[in-house]
Design a protein around this ligand. Sequence first.
Ligand code: ATP
Length: 235
Amino acid sequence: MAMLELQNVHTYYGGIHALKGLSIQVNPGEVVTLIGSNGAGKSTTLKTICGQTRAREGKIFFEGKDITQMRTHDIALLGIAHVPEGRRIFPKLTVHENLEMGAFFTKDKQVIEEGIERAFQYFPRLKERISQKGGTMSGGEQQMLAIARGLMMKPKILMLDEPSMGLAPILVEQIFEIITELNREGTTILLVEQNANQALSAAHRGYVIQTGEIILKDDAKTLLANPQVREAYLA
Ligand code: ATP
């Protein structure tokens, strides 16, 4: 059974038909990437999964459960973490406080501190900056903090929206290494990216989205070699 399955999902913003019958599947243990250009509907897909925007038609299942109409908070509690585009950390809060905010599911101090220690294992650089205000950190550090905050809930699936955006190549490498490591340790990953080369290199399978529709799906390796993909997304 797929861990996450979207069946014929349609999402609208007022009159704008942003997702036009999207169907995708993510199996347990996979890294799946959704690639596509600006405005194709990548962010909308993740927002629709976590209930931030609603599917007007179609169904979304998580571990066999219909989550299409569930509240965002309850969807998160099932183990679906969403790290939105643009590093939405709390700029006035410290690194430690930002991570505490990721622990919305518990008040147990010990659980929170264990979660923070675990996050620091992936991102040692954040530990050095534990008392620094989020907003004063570099773009790469903020992205790490955003991902680390998502990890606080020990998600079954981590959905990352363009984690490499605006980062220097060395940081992009680091972020992708961490994605691979998280997956190796059991986290399923749905990765939205414009950086198709990196994303397909890290993924098992990929989907190509264009104006709200899936136009191609295949093994990541096959997509990487596909001339149509190379021309449109790897140029
Ligand atoms: P990008 O890589 O530029 O973030 P994307 O593939 O993530 O692009 P979406 O942000 O999902 O694309 O946008 C899909 C479509 O929906 C676009 O046409 C966009 O203009 C539109 N859209 C997104 N958010 C809204 C909104 N809040 N109100 C109206 N239209 C929106």
